[in-house]
Every structure is written in structure tokens, then in C-alpha cells.
Ligand binder design. Structure first.
Ligand SMILES: Nc1ncnc2c1ncn2[C@@H]1O[C@H](COP(=O)(O)OP(=O)(O)OP(=O)(O)O)[C@@H](O)[C@H]1O
Length: 289
């Protein structure tokens, strides 16, 4: 297994109240042919997060480039969700930098819309139409008057949302109530809603954990195709084999530290075993990243 660059750089101080942060260094890693890569769409440096006196993330570094689908693996409680939640402003980091397209992510009193996020719990409004739910992805850029409260979404937004639904293969269900769709279809609607947010970075926290195998394959295939369209995608996954099949790169998070980063086809079974059962697997881990 090849491993990525070390991730133990010093955390860069951040103001924990006006979340993040300063302009941290961005790095570009070489392509397989040795050429320099573009700057990452998402760059996390020195991310440290605590709850009370318990530190959950210990200075995490992670880059995700446009065109990548990065799978984040790790045991329960290793900090995967916390890392994603920091990027979208749902959790406040202690220190570190988060940049999207080279711009520091600023969380103004809560959510940041620079990255879109989908969850295992899908959170659609079941009694509203599928199309309305997708339009809601644009709420961050609508005026109050244009948003939910009884007003129809603007026509151009509805057209854009229809395009997003078409992208996930559900344009024909646009006028159904969202609650009538299957779990897999609802997750695709949630992805369409994220696309309607127009974010260059898409984060997915266990997007397939509640889905049957065929739906899980379909959603993972969709995430990969969105990456191929130029979005930077990172997904927390609990299915290493599924992750190996669909992701372009895999990273391991072990007790709040990145323990490996490698091309999916390079991830071996011993490394997976060590990640999920580090004490039992008497294995030497690759260099931390
Ligand atoms: N809001 C919170 N308050 C206190 N502790 C929290 C909070 N959110 C997360 N934690 C703790 O932080 C640790 C990491 O949680 P996190 O959800 O990030 O892990 P995870 O790797 O996503 O786990 P899982 O695979 O089970 O979803 C856990 O011990 C969790 O209890």
C-alpha cells in the first residue's frame, strides 16, 4: 500500500468563536505521472476539535481535489463525522484551517454553504414535492421572501432543480411527495438538493448505511460520477469493500488522526483490519498522513 504525505503538521491557531480561520497553507500533491496537481478544492490543516476535555480530532490534515471521491474509513467514534461537520459549520473546531477553493471557510453563526452535505438520515420534507426539496438546496442564496413560507420557488430555480434531479435519474418523480420515494431514491434526491446548492465540495456522512446493497451501489456510482464531473467528494463509509470499488482514494481515521491515505486499489486487508481493531491486529501501520 502506498501512503500519502504525513499529516502531523502543527495546528494553525484559529479563533474558535468566529470559526475558521486563517489562510492556511495549501499544498498540491503530484499526479501519478509526477506532474503538479491543481490546488485542492477542500484543504483541511491542523484540525483539532474537542468536546469538553476530550479531544476528538488531533490536528487532522486532508486535501480533496476536484475529480476525487475520497472514502473516509474508521472505527466508531474515530471522529469521521466530526471532521465533516467542522467543514460545514455544524461543529466548531478548536484550531486549524479549512479552505474551499483557496478561500477560508467562514462560519457565520452556523452553517457554511461552501460545502454541501448529505447524511445517513436523509431529512427530506416528506409532504413536499421532490422538486421543492431539491430547490431547498438553494436556500442559502435566496431571499427570505423567496424561501419556503408558502411562496413558490422562482422559475429559474425550479428549472435548475429539475436539472439536478435529472442528473440523479429522478426527473420523472419531481412532482411526487418526497415521502413516497424509497430510501435509495430519497438519498438521490438529497444528493440532487446538494447539487442545487452549487457547492464545489460534496460531503456525505454514511450515505449508504441505511440502503440495501443495490441502492448502495447505485448511490456510490452516482457519487463517483459527480466526482468525475469535477466536484470534490468525500464520503464517510463503513463498508471497506464498497469503498474500494467506488472511491478513487481512501483515508483512514484512527482515534482522531489520519493513519493512511492511498489509492483505493492499494488498500490491503491488513491495513483495514488494523484500522478497525488496532490492538488485535499486531500490524505495523504505514506512515501517518
Ligand atoms: N456534540 C458532541 N458532544 C460531545 N461529544 C461528541 C459530540 N459529537 C461527537 N462527540 C464524540 O466525539 C467522538 C467522535 O464522534 P464522531 O461522530 O465524529 O465519530 P465517528 O467516527 O463519525 O463515529 P461513527 O462511525 O460511530 O459515526 C465520539 O466519542 C462522540 O461521542
Amino acid at each position: 500500500m502506498s501512503t500519502g504525505a504525513a499529516s502531523t503538521t502543527a495546528a494553525i491557531s484559529a479563533n474558535p468563536t468566529s470559526k475558521p480561520v486563517s489562510t492556511g497553507a495549501t499544498t498540491s500533491s503530484p499526479n501519478a505521472d509526477g506532474s503538479e496537481r491543481d490546488a485542492p478544492a477542500l484543504s483541511i490543516r491542523g484540525l483539532r476539535t474537542s468536546f469538553g476535555d476530550r479531544t476528538v480530532l488531533h490536528g487532522v490534515d486532508l486535501d480533496v481535489h476536484a475529480g476525487e471521491l475520497v472514502g473516509v474509513l474508521g472505527a466508531n467514534g474515530s471522529g469521521k463525522s466530526t471532521m465533516l461537520r467542522c467543514v460545514v459549520g455544524l461543529t466548531a473546531p478548536d484550531t486549524g484551517t479549512i479552505e474551499i477553493l483557496g478561500e477560508p471557510v467562514i462560519h457565520r453563526g452556523g452553517r457554511s454553504f461552501a460545502a454541501a452535505m448529505v447524511f445517513q438520515q436523509i431529512h427530506l420534507v416528506g409532504r413536499r414535492s421532490v422538486l421543492d426539496n431539491v430547490c431547498a438546496g438553494a436556500l442559502g442564496r435566496l431571499t427570505m421572501r423567496q424561501s419556503w413560507s408558502g411562496f413558490a420557488f422562482p422559475r429559474d430555480l425550479r428549472e435548475e432543480a429539475m436539472g439536478c434531479l435529472d442528473r440523479v435519474g429522478l426527473a420523472d418523480r419531481a412532482y411526487d411527495r418526497a415521502g413516497r420515494l424509497s430510501g435509495g431514491q430519497q438519498q438521490r434526491v438529497a444528493i440532487a438538493r446538494a447539487l442545487c446548492q452549487r457547492a464545489p465540495v460534496l460531503l456525505a456522512d454514511e450515505p449508504v448505511s441505511a440502503l440495501d446493497p443495490a441502492s448502495a451501489e447505485q448511490v456510490m456510482g452516482l457519487l463517483l460520477s459527480l466526482a468525475e464531473d469535477g466536484i470534490a467528494v468525500a464520503a464517510v463509509l463503513h463498508q471497506p469493500d464498497l469503498a474500494r470499488r467506488h472511491c478513487t482514494r481512501l483515508v483512514g481515521l484512527d482515534a482522531g488522526r489520519i493513519s493512511f491515505s492511498c489509492a483505493s486499489y492499494d488498500l490491503d486487508d491488513d491495513t483495514v483490519a488494523a484500522l478497525y481493531n488496532p490492538t488485535a491486529a499486531n500490524l505495523t501501520k504505514g506512515p501517518s498522513t
